[in-house]
Design a protein around this ligand. Sequence first.
Ligand SMILES: NC(=O)C1=CN([C@@H]2O[C@H](COP(=O)(O)OP(=O)(O)OC[C@H]3O[C@@H](n4cnc5c(N)ncnc54)[C@H](O)[C@@H]3O)[C@@H](O)[C@H]2O)C=CC1
Ligand SMILES: O=C([O-])CC(=O)C(=O)O
Length: 256
Amino acid sequence: MNIGIIGCGSIAKTLVNFQLEGKMDVNLAYFYDMNIENARQLADKIGAKAINSVDELIEKSDLILESASQGAVKSVIPQVVESGVDVVIMSVGALMDDEFRCNLEKLASDNNATIYLPTGAITGIDTVKAARMGEIYEVSLTTRKPPVSLGITLDDDKEKVLFEGKASEAVEKFPKNINVSSTLSLASGINVDVKIIADPKIKNNTHEIHLKGSFGELTTITSNVSSPENPKTSMLAAFSAASLLNKLSKTIQIGS
Ligand SMILES: NC(=O)C1=CN([C@@H]2O[C@H](COP(=O)(O)OP(=O)(O)OC[C@H]3O[C@@H](n4cnc5c(N)ncnc54)[C@H](O)[C@@H]3O)[C@@H](O)[C@H]2O)C=CC1
Ligand SMILES: O=C([O-])CC(=O)C(=O)O
């Protein structure tokens, strides 16, 4: 399966390294970026092709992985699914816009395309999906990142709450830091409560999920090593994308 990639930054680079290590069961074949140099650099590492037109990327790819930005999801992904090409979306925050998501879902369904949302930099999405078969009473996400990951500096070493509210607002205010809240919301069917804390005492990007439902209770804590290329992004996000791509060709499918 030939994969086209939109957005050649930290996540795409990790995928390229996996391909170099022989860990990918799919072929990362085509690279597109609004900065063509970023696409060239990654494509050259694995003898793939940098492409400077979305039309050509769609025409050539069996599946497209978006690892660019919420803006890219809104501007490019409708055209991808309208062409009947499956897509993996990393900038999941774009899908908290209900009207956009419903239109995209209809466009995909009308054109026989599938939209995949990887678990990303959190843990427990399998359980959240299963919990939804019963009743979910409450669900929340507390994200704690070092200030550098949030693109700020703090005057002292005290933690600072930067945001408390719903996921739909969080993804607008922190578009590069809290896509995971959208994944959790879409999996649970609830616009989840989100707290974002800048914590100078921690090194890792940490996401804590609490969920109560008719099945019982779930708590997960994921303490993520940041990407060396982009401290906002945790390595696990790219690992999750790679794992999802590999899952597409597996005969035994593990997890719900
Ligand atoms: N779902 C999840 O769990 C996670 C999602 N993310 C999201 O994944 C996306 C990619 O993350 P990174 O690779 O770390 O980002 P990055 O900033 O390292 O790289 C993004 C690349 O996309 C390109 N780009 C941006 N907008 C574009 C557009 N409209 N068209 C074409 N190229 C465009 C940039 O030039 C850059 O090369 C971001 O939106 C990030 O917030 C990040 C971490 C976790
Ligand atoms: O990588 C992470 O820790 C989470 C993240 O940036 C996002 O969800 O946008």
